[in-house]
Structure formats: structure tokens, C-alpha cells
Ligand binder design. Structure first.
Ligand SMILES: [Zn+2]
Ligand SMILES: [Zn+2]
Length: 397
């Protein structure tokens, strides 16, 4: 068996990982590099150019640093991903008028897929993207676990996942948080409690967060309902939560969730009509106590809303990675909210495993080899008495 890390070994994001034997070659994740505005498609023979050499590509989750190159695959290569993952990605692309990935074959957690003589079992895991998976791979008599991105501080049980994991020959794991100063991740439940404490009698309440971070939407919703606030999603977020449905707060099936529209195009208005009496206008919003999920691009809308109600005793929960505060549009937006009298409170936790969580995974799977990916601190793994692939991008065992 051969494992080759085409990309993403010494960097966070942009992962492309190959696992192959004499008969079959499979790729796991085809990600774009983060913070790279000029992305050339990597010249990987048989994947993006030339004669197809790979039978299939498996995508762990919908973040662009794992999925972003899927639309450039050679057409005869089968694409596999989770169903909700695909639906969210398709909605996001259609909403933004961007090209979508080709229709994939969908897998479900714990159902093994056989491609040639390699078997792949997806295992649902917790991450800041919904519908994220690890992959347990059997190839050439060996067992490999590729983690994708994961964490133990979300709402899915990490210990239940650990129980399902066998000992493996090779562990390919992310180590995103290892280059940052060590802290134990706060749990989503901690954020919920903190939000309730800080909402108190303040009004209005705003949450600034990624519309695709579904766990965080659940946290914001739960804190809002405990504070008896109406929960407001804009059309974009409402589209995502409605596609996922089930226990995820969305205007179509949740009594206290409503949807608002910020632009004035016919296309958006037609989308809004789909929500029937769950849509809400500025006048009605201003007559309620509410929590609103916001984005920098809806600044003009909020400016108009501030003419209807005072934002003076308002709170905005900043619920994203702190690095985004350096981005121009975010900076401008926060300044704007401050100028309206809104207090900014940070409410965030990582979507990636902390060191304790990675240790637990290593102890449970007791690998013979560790291949760190999605990290800037692969050397951290040397503290275990296990072979670590650091200065080479391929392993033959
Ligand atoms: Zn990632
Ligand atoms: Zn991710």
C-alpha cells in the first residue's frame, strides 16, 4: 500500500491525499489552499490532467480547503460525499451564482463503500461543518484512519466515536490547533451558557458567525430561546438550515425562527415567498425582542433597521475565528456596529481538535505510523513513541 500526501502536509488546508495498492488508487479531499487568491489547479497527472488514474475521490466535508477543487476533477472519476454536505454546497454555489460540483455518489456513516479492492467506511464526526466524516480505509491488508477535520467540543459525542475505532496501521490526522498557544477548547454548551448570561435584558442581540457553522447556529438559537427572543436568519442562512432540516433551527419547521430579506432583487423576493408566513419585515422585527444572525454584507439593512429601533443597549456576539477581525469588511462592520452603540462580545470556540483530543485518538487507535496533515506543527507528534512521517510525502508499507 502507498500513501502519498500530494498537498496539505505542512500547511493548514488544501489537502489532497492518495491511498493506493497495485490495482486501485483513491484520493481523499481535493481542497483549495486557504488565503491564496491565485489558485492554480495542481498538475496532478490522472486527477486533474491527462488520462484518469484514480477511481474515486472521497470528500470529508464541505469546507473549501477539502472540497474546493472537486469541480476540476477529470470527468470519469467518481466523486463521493455526504448527502447533506452536497446539498449545502450546491445551495451555497447557486445562491452565489457559482459553478457547483458534479452530482456525487452519496455515502452514509458506517456504511462501507468498496472501490476496486479498497474498502472505505465513513464515520460521522464533529466539526464546524455539518455532515463531516472520518474515513476508515482497508487496503492491501492494512487499516488506515484519515480524520478529515474533527473536534471533541461540539454536540456530538467524541467518546462514542472513539469506541467505534479499531487499532490501525496508519493514522492520518489533522493538527490545526497545535501551532497555536495551547488551550483546552470551550464546548458549544459553554458558549450557550455565556451567551444567555450576556443577553440578560440587552436588546437587540446580533450573532456574527458563518452561516455554514451549523453547531454555532444551534448554540445561538438555544441561547436566544432561553432568553425568549425571536430568532432571525437572513435568506442565505435560512436556505442552508432549511436544506438540512431535522433538529437544525430553520424557519420552515421551527415556530420561533423567521426569515428576513436584505436586498431588493426579484430573485431574492421569490426565494423569500417560499417561506410563507415565516418571513418577517423590518417593521415587524422592530416590534419584537429578537436575536438576528448578521453578516458584514448586510450593513445597509442594519443601518435602516437602526432608524426604526435604537441599537444602544444592543450586543453583538463575535462568533468566528479572531483572525477574521483583520479582514477589511469585518473590521468596518464591527466599527459600524460600535458606532450604533452595540457592545461587541467574543463568543467562539475552535472547530478543530485540541491536543488532548488528538492524544485520545492516538491512544485509542495505537497506530504504527502517524501522518500529520492540516498542521503547521507536525513535530508535535514526535513526542509519541510512534513512527511519524514528517520529511517525506509518501509511505509504502
Ligand atoms: Zn480544513
Ligand atoms: Zn473544515
Amino acid at each position: 500500500m502507498r500513501i502519498k500526501i500530494h498537498r496539505g502536509q505542512d500547511q493548514i488546508g488544501g489537502s489532497i491525499i492518495e491511498i493506493s495498492d497495485n490495482q486501485t488508487s483513491i484520493i481523499f479531499d481535493v481542497g483549495l489552499e486557504l488565503d491564496n487568491d491565485e489558485q492554480d489547479i495542481p498538475q496532478i497527472e490522472g486527477l486533474f490532467i491527462g488520462e484518469p488514474k484514480y477511481s474515486a475521490v472521497f470528500i470529508s466535508h464541505y469546507h473549501a480547503d477539502h472540497l474546493g477543487l472537486a469541480q476540476y476533477l477529470l470527468p470519469s472519476i467518481d466523486l463521493f460525499m455526504g448527502e447533506k454536505s452536497f446539498l449545502v454546497n450546491r445551495f451555497v454555489n447557486e445562491y452565489m451564482h457559482k459553478a457547483s460540483v458534479p452530482n456525487p455518489s452519496v455515502f452514509t456513516s458506517e456504511s462501507t463503500v468498496n472501490v476496486g479492492d479498497i474498502s472505505i467506511t465513513p464515520l460521522l464526526c464533529d466539526h464546524s461543518a455539518f455532515d463531516s466524516y472520518m474515513f476508515l480505509i482497508k487496503c492491501d491488508g492494512k487499516t488506515v484512519l484519515y480524520t478529515g477535520d474533527y473536534r471533541a467540543n461540539g454536540r456530538k459525542s467524541f467518546s462514542a466515536l472513539l469506541k467505534r475505532l479499531p487499532e490501525v496501521d496508519v493514522l492520518i490526522t489533522e493538527g490545526t490547533t497545535l501551532s497555536r498557544e495551547y488551550t483546552q477548547n470551550k464546548k458549544e454548551e459553554d458558549l450557550e451558557r455565556l451567551a444567555v448570561e450576556n443577553i440578560g435584558n440587552n436588546s437587540p442581540i446580533f450573532f456574527l458567525q458563518a452561516a455554514t457553522n451549523i453547531d454555532r447556529i444551534v448554540t445561538a438559537y438555544k441561547a436566544s430561546r432561553k432568553s425568549e427572543l425571536l430568532f432571525l436568519e437572513d435568506l442565505y442562512m435560512a436556505g442552508i438550515t432549511s436544506i438540512i432540516g431535522g433538529s437544525i433551527p430553520n424557519p420552515k419547521t421551527f415556530k420561533y425562527v423567521k426569515v428576513f430579506m436584505t436586498g431588493n432583487s426579484d430573485e431574492r423576493y421569490n426565494q423569500l415567498l417560499e417561506y410563507g408566513d415565516k418571513r418577517i419585515g423590518r417593521k415587524e422585527i422592530s416590534q419584537n425582542r429578537f436575536a438576528m444572525c448578521v453578516r458584514p454584507s448586510i450593513k445597509n439593512y442594519l443601518n435602516k433597521l437602526s432608524e426604526e429601533i435604537s441599537f444602544d443597549s444592543g450586543v453583538l456576539f463575535y462568533s468566528m475565528w479572531s483572525g477574521y477581525k483583520e479582514k477589511k469588511d469585518v473590521m468596518k462592520f464591527l466599527d459600524f456596529m460600535k458606532s450604533k452603540g452595540v457592545k461587541i462580545i467574543t463568543l467562539h470556540t475552535s472547530g478543530h481538535a485540541d491536543a488532548e483530543t488528538i492524544k485520545k485518538l492516538i491512544n485509542k487507535t495505537s497506530p504504527k505510523w502517524i501522518l500529520p496533515v492540516h498542521t503547521e506543527n507536525a513535530a508535535w507528534f514526535k513526542t509519541f513513541n510512534i513512527n511519524v512521517l514528517i520529511n517525506s510525502d509518501s509511505l509504502n508499507i
